[in-house]
Design a protein around this ligand. Structure first.
Ligand code: HEC
Ligand code: HEC
Ligand code: HEC
Length: 373
């Protein structure tokens, strides 16, 4: 005699055939080629509505806990420069329509200067950071760099009310909007690409970087610059801003760029920084034995080491952001990164603020730092 549970199952066996049958029919339909997946055919109206509902609800629900980090610098120039190089090709930009090739994607990338206003900040952040499956909308290319996508979110929020001139001024930064004169190219000792790309964000001989989150490159050692560019290219240092640019530079031009910036007398950032600079100076010069912290200047001072970046004159925001990255497990995919990670993880939040303010204010020639003045 069968046990009662099995008997019940046996009585209902025709129902149990339904799921495998459903799967077989679905496979058969897919195999038959009857589904027209041509983008040119468009979606039927019911599917359009269904997909739009699913997308909106997924974004609303999943972005619920996202909050922007505290603190704001003038974020728009950096974000617009990135948008122009990486998003405008699909979405268009103020004064620039959507590229016709990408306008024929299904779903179409919407012009964000019109559509971004329909989303909350946390939703724009979530879409940009995670991307959208089945649409062609990519996720943020700097793995784990939520801080960067929040900078982009600020721009997306502003786009609907941004005049074309303001957008262009932000997007081109220190790069000339008009074609440069030939003598300028000769003066720089290189043809314009890719330096013009870098000028959209980084400093030049006459102007500092466009934004406090963009590091000063002038005066860094050639070796450090070259290594940093290679790390971005090889996805060993994460930044959604830098990785796409570094990959676009031809390998043969990397050392030209490193030479150019190593010799560039770039003006330092001149931004006010808050923090206890006296505490910062103590850390820089003597470290903190209680936390087993060596003095920063043991590596970052004189004599200059070619594998260690110079910190004096960098903005406090950039220094803090990199130290926070190390504390949260980022920038640790290389031996140099892991060395600094061990140091950054021993710093308290107050010490990070203080030491960043100290180095930001120490925009003097290297000698001054080395002498501890
Ligand atoms: C390869 C083309 C492509 C690129 C590049 C691209 N996107 Fe998109 N994006 C799309 C598509 C397609 C959608 C989906 C539209 C839909 O489902 O309605 C989308 C949707 C969005 C949305 C939601 C808007 C809405 O109303 O649907 C935002 C916000 C967005 N993208 C931001 C960005 C940002 C920021 C960048 C650059 C970092 C970017 N996108 C780069 C194709 C692209
Ligand atoms: C869209 C703005 C943007 C453009 C364009 C850009 N950069 Fe950057 N760059 C940044 C930002 C932001 C960082 C900091 C990224 C991070 O957190 O790692 C950075 C970092 C760097 C660093 C590392 C500096 C350090 O102190 O570690 C180098 C080197 C660099 N960029 C070189 C270049 C070169 C060369 C070009 C042109 C081919 C270029 N960048 C174009 C924004 C930009
Ligand atoms: C043992 C040597 C050493 C000591 C001591 C040291 N650093 Fe570093 N630091 C490095 C190296 C090497 C790098 C480059 C890391 C990389 O390439 O990823 C670096 C990079 C940095 C950067 C990133 C700069 C940039 O341009 O991206 C910051 C910020 C920094 N250090 C702050 C500090 C502070 C603050 C201290 C003191 C509390 C300190 N460092 C002590 C070796 C050191």
């Amino acid at each position: 005699m069968r046990p009662p549970r099995l008997r019940r199952l046996w009585r209902h066996w025709p129902w149990m055939l339904l799921p495998p049958l459903g799967i077989c029919i679905a496979l058969l339909v897919a195999w038959s080629g009857l589904i027209n997946i041509a983008a040119s055919a468009g979606h039927p109206a019911w599917m359009e509505k269904f997909l739009a509902l699913a997308m909106r609800r997924s974004v609303e629900v999943n972005s619920k806990d996202e909050r922007p980090p505290p603190g704001k610098a003038d974020l728009l120039p950096l974000a617009a420069a990135h948008f122009h190089g990486n998003c405008a090709i699909c979405h268009g930009a103020p004064g620039q329509p959507v590229n016709p090739t990408f306008a024929h994607m299904l779903p179409h990338p919407p012009p964000l200067q019109e559509e971004a206003g329909h989303w909350r900040a946390r939703e724009l952040f979530w879409i940009g950071f995670h991307g959208l499956q089945f649409t062609g909308m990519p996720s943020w290319s700097g793995k784990g760099r939520k801080d960067e996508m929040w900078i982009m979110t600020e721009l997306l929020r502003e786009l609907p009310s941004m005049p074309v001139d303001a957008y262009r001024a932000y997007a081109f930064g220190n790069a000339p909007w008009e074609e440069p004169a030939p003598e300028e190219l000769v003066h720089r000792g290189m043809n314009l690409f890719p330096i013009n790309t870098c000028d959209r964000c980084h400093g030049t001989a006459s102007a500092p970087a466009v934004n406090a989150h963009v590091p000063r490159l002038g005066g860094q050692s050639r070796d450090y610059l070259l290594r940093a560019l290679r790390e971005y290219r090889e996805d060993r240092r994460q930044s959604g801003f830098m990785e796409p640019v570094a990959v676009a530079v031809p390998e043969t031009r990397l050392s030209d760029l490193a030479d150019y910036y190593a010799a560039l007398p770039e003006p330092p950032h001149s931004l006010p920084a808050s923090g206890d600079t006296a505490l910062g100076r103590r850390l820089a010069e003597t470290g903190d034995p209680q936390r087993d912290l060596p003095p920063c200047l043991a590596c970052h001072g004189e004599p200059k080491r070619s594998d260690v970046p110079r910190l004096a004159g960098q903005s406090a925001q950039y220094l803090q952001q990199q130290l926070l990255l190390w504390r949260t497990g980022g920038r640790a995919e290389t031996a140099h990164g892991r060395l600094m990670a061990r140091i950054a993880q021993r710093l308290s939040p107050e010490q990070i603020e203080a030491v960043s303010a100290y180095f930001a204010a120490a925009a003097a020639p290297d000698g001054l730092l080395a002498q501890g003045r």
